[in-house]
Every structure is written in C-alpha cells, then in structure tokens.
Design a protein around this ligand. Sequence first.
Ligand code: UDP
Ligand code: MG
Length: 315
Amino acid sequence: MDIEYSIIAPIYNEKDNIRELYRRVGEVMNSTGKKWELVLVDDGSVDGSTQLIAELAGEHKEVVPLIFARNFGHQIAVTAGLDHARGKAIVVIDADLQDPPEVILNLIQKWQEGYEVVYAVRAERKGESWFKLISAKLFYRLIYRITNVKIPLDTGDFRLIDRKVVDVMNSMRERHRFLRGMASWVGFRQIGVNYVREPRFAGETKYPLKKMVSFALTGITGFSYFPLQLSTILGFIAMCISLVAIPVVIIERLTGSQAFLGQASTLIAVLFFGGVQLISLGIIGEYIGRIYDEVKGRPLYVLANLPATKKDLES
Ligand code: UDP
Ligand code: MG
C-alpha cells in the first residue's frame, strides 16, 4: 500500500517533545486506517534529540529520520521534509505540540472535499507572551498589506498540502524561504480551518527576537518591493518640501531676515537626510545580500545521514 499521509516535524532541541509527538500523531494517524509516515527533521540539535530520533526510527517503521549536519533553520528543515515526504497529502506540524495533532483530521476532511492546501488558522493562542502575540498580529497584517500574494492572516506553517502543490513548491529552490508565502503564491484551491494553538508541551521557544526579525525580513523581502519603493516615496516627499523651502529661504535672506541664520538648521537637515539615506542603503543592502546568497547556489541543507531509501523502509 502506498503512503497516503506524510507528517513533517522540524526539530531543534526538542528531546522532551519527540516521544509525545510520535504518540499523539500515531494515535491520530492510525485512526485514519491509511498508511502514514512521520518525517522527523533534526535541525542540528545538541540536546540529544538526534539520538532519540534515530532510536525512534529503529523502533517504528513509520518514522523517517533526516539528520542535518548543522542548524540550518526552521524553514529549511521543513523544506528537507517536503523534499523527502512520499505521501499524497503532506502535513507540516511543529514538534512542540503547539499544533494539536488531532486537528490533522479536520485538515484531511477538507482535503478530501477537494482543497489542495488546507491551512490551520490560529483562532486563539495560549501560553505565549503578550509581546509575541502583538508582534505576530502586526506582522501578519503588515505582510498582508504590502505583498501582492494574499498570505492568510494568523497562519503559521501548520497545514496540509496536496502532493501536486508540494511538487511545485519543491521546484522553488530559493534560499531565503518563507514557506507560508510560497504555499499561497502557488495558487490552487485553498481553505483555512480554525484551531486553538496550545502552549508548548515542553521546552522553550526556539525563536528568539533576532530570529523573529530575520524571519519577518525574509517574508517581506521575499514577497514585496515595498521597502525599496519606500525610498522613492520618501525622496519625492523630501523633494516637494525642498521645492517650497528653497524659495522661502531665499526670499527670507534677500529681505534681510535672520530666520535661517546659523548652523543649527543646516545640521538638522544634514543629519536627518543622512539618516534617511543610510536606512535606504541598508534596505538595498538587504536585497543585495539576499541576491548574493541566491546566486551562490549552494545546497539548501546538508544531511549527515543518508535518508533510508524506500526499499530499506519496506524491508
Ligand atoms: N525549529 C527548527 N530549527 C530552528 C528553530 C526552530 O527546526 O532553528 C523548530 C522547532 O523545534 C519547532 C518549530 O521549528 O518544532 C517551531 O519552533 P518554536 O516552537 O520554537 O517556535 P514558536 O512556536 O515559538 O514560534
Ligand atoms: Mg512552538
């Protein structure tokens, strides 16, 4: 029997979650009566998760281990899972059980109705800091406004994706990946299913502020030129102001007024526009750095273990 469902979980130092994840996913997936696999992608863990994954793979034939040579990041780990998943429907889920595996059944139901992407919408988030809640809310709304691709609000990577769509996504080899954007960009019939995001089962978040900011930048630069256009807009505004200001200053000087005498006004203008210019350069730099990374064309990830072949798994 061919594998019907692949569940992909990226793992970075989640040793206390892995067995529970397998147990809960196992319970849910066995209830479908179809053949399934759990692709556990170890993203360079240093807490013993790697050994645990290998152990679990030895015990259960459904577990497919992919071990990275180092930490490549969450989105790349999911990408490796998508590359190696063999199911007809592929589900991406966090390993910390914030996304309850039971919700997979609701996703499957919509898939069976004919939707090719079924994304899980966080109707409520439990056990997360107010900073995370507010920053996430603002981020999803900002990206919705400034990009052409309509990325659904309050939606993470927890979703079911049909094989057809995964094949297209696998052909998109961009290095700076924003999978939730890529999954929307592809098109097809898509629908959301609401769920309540639980607190972590164990451990701490692996997304400190620095990673959150860098992920937000990836999403914005990957799907929008808005930051670049912002410099043009600011430039026009500054020019319009100067068109009014220059004649005013000239007339003031000619009429003997002391209004703009001295260095303070000059200094303010130089510092302000110096700042604006450096920020604009920085924004261009963000895009150029990303172009440089793409041009190098390095592999997205390096596997330390060769994934078991289909034959190995069936024997
Ligand atoms: N993760 C990963 N590599 C990383 C960071 C995170 O594979 O560099 C995994 C992590 O183990 C978890 C998922 O990505 O399964 C989501 O991370 P986390 O729960 O820490 O993020 P949060 O839910 O706090 O946004
Ligand atoms: Mg989490």
